[in-house]
Write a protein that binds this ligand. Structure first.
Ligand code: SF4
Length: 336
């Protein structure tokens, strides 16, 4: 961080995405964050893909569905969202009267970015009789153009809840869409988007790793490409993978999703071994560069100064809220 005064850092926030000021290295950030939570009646919601320190200081850790449900129910005055932009936006859509903070506004999502609203509007116009189901990993603009939102935890049930004669567009993740077509037998029209983390796993390296660890089970997120899913022993949402790895009786797992989840897996089952699936890139890591833009320092600063804040046009918020409410209703009906 630069040697910049807080006033200047606030002015620069649209450009920097966060409060770029020095933090005293001797400060107990865990203690400070706990103090700020109490003083400001703030809750810290963190995604499983956040760095371990952030997970450890969070009041609630979850995947997109759990985080949206928690954001809807909280009575805190401030929601501090340690995740990426579309997640904090979802919290704001559900909580217009609460202050929603995101440690770094530039924490975006390659999947959400793969669906520009104007192109999606044109795509939708070509299929006028189709109902639009969008994965929650999309911008508020795409949500506003959708009929129902889903997450990887409830996607199957949501698709199955639609009458069989109703044609469907599924967006923006083509891998999750293809997986759902296989699982539900529904012939959906897919938007051609993907997550940069989940589409990078190398089948060749994974196969070699499996030879070295023959007893390890491969567990994968449905955002992964089809060849990876084909050899997986279990496919599930982030929460599903965590639960499976706790309850299953194997001792070793190769995990094909973002590495942040390994922290909770290892905490829950210190007796087991969790190996990240190898990606096909030179840095050999499965970190989401967007998720990892958030740091403990940025989290502390955003709570202290209540910036950066998520704001949204009210008309857009109301339009984006409807399909999220439908998702929450269907999820509640199925006890998800
Ligand atoms: S892991 Fe993929 S889907 Fe999740 S935030 Fe990162 S880019 Fe988006």
């Amino acid at each position: 961080m630069g040697d910049i005064h807080i006033g200047e850092a606030k002015e620069n926030i649209a450009r920097t995405g966060f409060l770029d000021v020095d933090v005293d290295p001797s400060l107990d950030l865990f203690g400070e964050i706990e103090r700020l939570k109490k003083e400001k009646n703030a809750i810290v919601l963190a995604h499983y893909y956040q760095e371990p320190d952030i997970q450890d200081v969070a009041d609630y850790i979850g995947d997109s569905l759990g985080l949206a449900q928690k954001a809807e129910k909280t009575d805190a005055d401030i929601i501090v969202f340690a995740g990426v932009h579309f997640m904090a936006e979802t919290a704001k859509i559900l909580n217009p009267n609460k202050k929603v903070l995101l440690p770094d506004l530039k924490a975006g999502c390659s999947l959400a970015d793969s669906a520009p609203p104007e192109l999606f509007r044109q795509f939708k116009a070509k299929h006028p009789d189709h109902l639009v189901i969008s994965y929650i990993n999309c911008t508020a603009d795409i949500k506003a153009l959708s009929d129902i939102i889903c997450t990887s935890s409830n996607a199957e049930k949501i698709v199955e809840s639609i009458p069989v004669d109703q044609p469907i567009i599924f967006a923006p993740d083509k891998n999750l869409g293809s997986y759902l077509i296989k699982k539900t037998g529904r012939n959906m029209v897919l938007w051609n988007g993907a997550c940069m983390v989940h589409e990078i796993f190398s089948l060749e390296k994974l196969t070699r790793l499996k030879i070295r660890h023959p007893k390890a089970k491969i567990i994968a997120h449905p955002e992964c490409e089809e060849p990876i899913l084909r050899i997986a022993d279990y496919i599930g949402s982030t929460t599903g993978l965590l639960k499976y790895s706790q309850e299953d009786d194997a001792k070793e797992y190769i995990v094909a999703t973002e590495t942040g989840i390994l922290h909770q897996m290892q905490k829950a089952r210190p007796d087991k071994t969790f190996i990240p699936a190898p990606p096909d890139n030179s840095c050999a890591c499965n970190d989401c560069p967007h998720m990892k833009l958030n740091t403990l320092e940025k989290l502390y600063l955003c709570m202290e100064y209540e910036l950066p804040e998520i704001t949204m046009d009210e008309k857009l918020r109301l339009a984006a809220r409807k399909p999220i409410e439908r998702m929450l209703e269907i999820s509640a009906k199925y006890g998800l």
